[in-house]
Design a protein around this ligand. Structure first.
Ligand code: UDP
Ligand code: MG
Length: 313
C-alpha cells in the first residue's frame, strides 16, 4: 500500500465528509493505493456515525474509536500502530490542512529519502497573538534543545517512512514533538515543506490556554529525557555534589575560624546560612539523582533498543 492517512479527531463531524472526499480525489488523481484511518478520540457528536457512513461506501476508509477522550497523542499512537502504508501521513480533521499536499509529502519520502517531512504553516490562519507568538517561542526553544532545524514542530500535517511510526511511541502530549521522538529513535533525515494552512471551517479549536503550560512542561521532559533520561545521576548527582562541596568548604572555613578565635560570631556570618542551604540542597539533588537512577534501573524499557538489521541471527 502506498500511503496511510492517519487523522486524529475529536468532535469534527461537520468536516469529515468534505475531508474524506477531498483526500479520495487527490489519491485517485495520483494513482496511489491508500487507506484513511480516522481515529475518533472519544467524540461526543456524530463523528463515529459519519465515519461509518463514509466507510459503507468506501472500504479504504477505516476507523478506531476510543471509549473516551485520551488526547491527540494517544490517537496518533493508535493510528500509527494500525497503519499499513509504506508512507504514513498525518493530518488534522478540521480542514486546516490541505490534502493537496499529500503527493509531494509522499514523494519527498520515497524519492528524496527523507525519514520524516514536517509541514510548515508559514502563513497561518489562526488568532495572531494568542497562538502565533507563543508558537514562535516554542519552536525556537524546541529547535535549540533538539538541534532539529524545523520551523513548525507542532504542524499536524507530516509524512513518515513506515519504519519511523513503528519505532516511536507518542504519549502524553508529545504529539508536539514527534520529530524529536523520531530523532531519538535514530531517524536523522528530517525535512520540511511549506504547506498551505487554512482557517478552521467548522467547529472550534480543541486546545485551550493549557496548551502553553503543557507544551512548556513537555518541552522540559523532552530536554531532560533526551539528555539525562537514562542517567539521572549525571545531572542531579553532579549538581548535588557541587552544592554539597560548596557547603562543606564554607563550613570548614567557619570551623577553622572558630577554632582560631573562640569569639568568632559563627551564626552571624552570611556564610553560615550559605553553608547550611548548600548542604541541604546538595543532599536533595544527590538523593533525587540516586532515586532516579534506581527507578531507571528497574524501568521496563531499560534494555529495549531499536535494532535496524541483524545478520546470521
Ligand atoms: N484532537 C484530538 N483529540 C483531542 C484534541 C484534538 O484528536 O483531544 C484533534 C482535532 O480533532 C483535530 C486535531 O487534533 O483534528 C487538531 O486539533 P485543533 O484543530 O483543535 O488544534 P489547533 O488547530 O487549534 O492547534
Ligand atoms: Mg486546527
Amino acid at each position: 500500500m502506498d500511503v496511510s492517512i492517519v487523522i486524529p479527531l475529536f468532535n469534527e463531524d461537520e468536516s469529515l465528509p468534505e475531508l474524506a472526499e477531498w483526500i479520495e480525489r487527490v489519491v485517485k488523481e495520483n494513482g496511489l493505493s491508500y487507506e484513511i484511518i480516522f481515529v475518533d478520540d472519544g467524540s461526543t457528536d456524530n463523528s463515529w456515525q459519519v465515519i461509518m457512513n463514509l466507510r459503507s461506501r468506501n472500504e479504504h476508509i477505516k476507523g478506531i474509536k476510543f471509549q473516551r477522550n485520551y488526547g491527540k497523542s494517544a490517537a496518533l499512537n493508535e493510528g500509527f500502530r494500525a497503519a499499513a502504508g509504506d508512507v504514513v501521513i498525518t493530518m488534522d480533521a478540521d480542514l486546516q490542512d490541505s490534502p493537496d499536499e499529500i503527493p509531494e509529502l509522499r514523494r519527498m519520502i520515497t524519492e528524496e529519502g527523507f525519514d520524516l517531512v514536517s509541514g510548515w504553516k508559514k502563513k497561518r490562519y489562526d488568532n495572531k497573538l494568542t497562538k502565533n507568538l507563543p508558537s514562535k517561542l516554542f519552536n525556537a526553544a524546541a529547535r535549540q534543545m533538539s538541534k532539529i532545524k524545523l520551523h513548525d514542530f507542532n504542524c499536524g500535517l507530516k509524512s513518515y517512512r513506515r519504519n519511523v511510526v513503528k519505532s516511536i511511541e507518542v504519549y502524553g502530549e508529545m504529539h508536539r514533538y514527534v520529530p524529536v521522538l523520531a530523532k531519538w529513535a535514530g531517524f536523522r533525515k528530517i525535512g520540511e515543506k511549506v504547506v498551505e494552512h487554512r482557517a478552521r471551517k467548522y467547529g472550534v479549536t480543541k486546545f485551550g490556554w493549557t496548551r502553553f503550560v503543557n507544551g512548556f512542561l513537555d518541552l522540559m521532559t523532552i530536554f531532560f529525557m533526551g539528555k539525562f533520561g537514562k542517567r539521572p545521576m549525571h545531572f542531579f548527582g553532579l549538581w548535588g555534589s557541587i552544592f554539597f562541596l560548596i557547603g562543606l568548604g564554607i563550613s570548614a572555613y567557619l570551623t577553622v575560624s572558630k577554632i582560631i578565635d573562640f569569639n568568632y560570631p559563627l551564626t552571624n556570618r552570611p556564610g553560615f546560612y550559605m553553608a547550611l542551604t548548600s548542604i541541604v540542597i546538595g543532599m536533595q539533588l544527590f538523593l533525587a539523582g540516586f532515586i532516579g537512577e534506581l527507578v531507571s534501573r528497574n524501568a521496563a524499557g531499560r534494555n529495549s533498543y531499536l535494532i535496524e538489521t541483524k545478520a546470521g541471527l
